[in-house]
Design a protein around this ligand. Structure first.
Ligand SMILES: Cc1ncc(COP(=O)(O)O)c(C=O)c1O
Length: 371
C-alpha cells in the first residue's frame, strides 16, 4: 500500500464491476443490457428551462439547501403524498449525494446499518467510508422483506435500516404489509429508516395514487431520498433530494455546505420544470418491456417477476456461477452484470431492460441459447 493512500480508500473494493467494464471495453457494438439509466431523453420542458436558466445568468451557487421554488414544490407534493407536512426538503447532488450526506450524518465508526442482499452497491461502500459496519440480510430466493431475519440482525449498535423499493438490482417492490413490518422493527428498536425511492415513478402493478408506498407516511423517523436521474433521464444533471427528520436534514445541509456546496444551479431549474411533465407513457413502455423480458426469460430461467424500476434479476442455471455465465454472455456479445456485484452470492445476473425492444429480444434469445 502506498504511504499516501488512506485506509478508507483502500477498504473500497471495486474489482467486481471493474472486471465487467474491462471485458466490455473489448466488445464491439455489444447488446448492452447493463446500463442503469433510462433510454429516453430528458423531457423537452426540462431542457428548455435549464437552457433558459443558463442564458439568464443562473450559473452561480444556489443556497446550499437548493432553490426555494424547487424545495417548496417538492415539499407540497411530498406532503400531499405522505398525508402530513414533510418539513424542509434538501436538494442534493443526485441521490448519491443524499445517501453520502445521510450516512455521514448518522453513522459513527462502529455503528451498524442493516440492508437486504441483493443491494445497491453504493450502500456498502458509503458505510465503509463512514467507518460503519454493513449488516447484510439475505433476501433470497424471493427478494421479499424477511422481517424475522432483519429483526435478528438488530444489535445495540444498529442505527439505520436501509430500504430500496423498487429495488436495484431485483426490481422488487415492497408490499404495504412489508413496509409495515419494516416500520414495526424500526419503531421498536428506534432506528432511522433510510428509504431510497429513486425508482418510485416506475411502478407497474400498483397505481401510484392508491398506495401505501413510503414508510415516511407511517413513521416520522424515515429519511426519504428521491431524485431526477431515473425518472427524467437526468443522470448527468446531478439533482436529487431528501426529506425527513428536521435534525437529520439540518446536519445534512451543514455537511453539504462543506462538500458539494449545492446541486448544479441551472439543472435545479430544469428539474423543477420537468415535474410538470407527464411521464406515464414512458412508464407504460417500461411496463411492456418488463412483461416482454419476463415472458421470454422465464421460459428457461428462474425469475421473480419485478414490479418496478427497470431491472430483472434471473438465476443462472444450477452448477454455474453467475460470473462464469456472464463471461459466456459477453463472449456472445451480450453485456449483463453478474449478481456478485450486488450481492454476497454469485448466482444471479442483472439485466436492465431500458433499451429498444429489438436489442432486448436479441439479447434474450442469446441468453436463452446459453442455457
Ligand atoms: C438504488 C439507487 N439509489 C441511488 C442511485 C444514485 O442515483 P443518482 O444518479 O441520483 O446519484 C442509483 C443509481 O443507479 C440507484 O440505483
Amino acid at each position: 500500500m502506498s504511504r499516501l493512500i488512506s485506509r478508507r480508500a483502500e477498504a473500497i473494493d471495486a474489482s467486481g464491476i471493474r472486471k465487467v467494464f474491462d471485458l466490455a471495453a473489448r466488445m464491439k457494438d455489444p447488446i448492452n443490457l447493463s446500463i442503469g439509466l433510462p433510454d429516453f431523453d430528458v423531457p423537452e420542458p426540462g431542457k428548455q428551462a435549464a437552457i433558459r436558466a443558463i442564458e439568464s445568468g443562473h450559473n452561480r451557487y444556489t443556497q446550499t439547501q437548493g432553490i426555494a421554488s424547487l424545495r417548496e414544490r417538492l415539499r407540497a407534493d411530498l406532503s400531499r403524498e405522505m398525508g402530513k407536512d414533510v418539513g424542509e426538503v434538501l436538494i442534493t447532488s443526485g441521490v448519491s449525494g443524499a445517501l453520502l450526506l445521510a450516512i455521514l450524518s448518522v453513522i459513527d465508526p462502529g455503528d451498524e446499518a442493516i440492508f437486504l442482499d441483493p443491494y445497491f452497491v453504493m450502500y456498502k461502500h458509503l458505510i465503509t467510508m463512514a467507518g460503519g459496519k454493513s449488516v447484510i440480510v439475505d433476501s433470497y430466493p424471493d427478494f421479499g422483506f424477511p422481517a424475522d431475519r432483519v429483526e435478528q440482525a438488530v444489535t445495540p449498535k444498529t442505527k439505520m435500516l436501509i430500504l430500496n423499493s423498487p429495488s436495484n438490482p431485483t426490481g422488487m417492490v415492497m408490499t404495504p404489509q412489508q413496509i409495515e413490518q419494516a416500520v414495526r422493527i424500526a419503531r421498536k428498536h428506534n432506528l432511522l429508516i433510510l428509504s431510497d425511492e429513486i425508482y418510485e415513478p416506475f411502478l407497474y402493478d400498483v397505481s401510484r395514487e392508491n398506495r401505501v408506498y413510503s414508510p415516511l407516511s407511517l413513521y416520522d423517523n424515515t429519511l426519504v431520498v428521491r431524485g431526477f436521474s431515473k425518472s427524467y433521464a437526468m443522470t448527468g444533471w446531478r439533482v436529487g433530494y431528501a426529506c425527513g427528520p428536521a435534525e437529520i436534514i439540518s446536519q445534512m445541509t451543514k455537511l453539504q455546505q462543506y462538500t458539494f456546496v449545492c446541486a448544479p444551479s441551472p439543472f435545479q431549474e430544469g428539474a423543477l420544470a420537468a415535474l410538470d411533465v407527464d411521464m406515464s407513457r414512458s412508464v407504460e413502455s417500461y411496463r411492456r418491456k418488463r412483461d416482454l423480458v419476463y415472458s421470454k426469460l422465464s421460459q428457461k430461467f428462474e425469475i421473480q417477476k419485478p414490479g418496478g424500476a427497470f431491472y430483472i434479476f434471473p438465476k443462472v442455471p444450477d452448477g454455474m456461477s453467475a460470473s462464469a455465465f456472464v463471461e459466456q454472455a459477453i463472449a456472445n456479445n451480450v453485456l449483463i452484470i453478474p449478481g456478485n456485484v450486488f450481492s454476497e452470492r454469485d448466482t444471479h445476473f442483472r439485466i436492465s431492460y431500458a433499451t429498444t425492444d429489438d436489442k432486448l429480444l436479441q439479447g434474450c434469445d442469446i441468453l436463452l441459447s446459453l442455457v
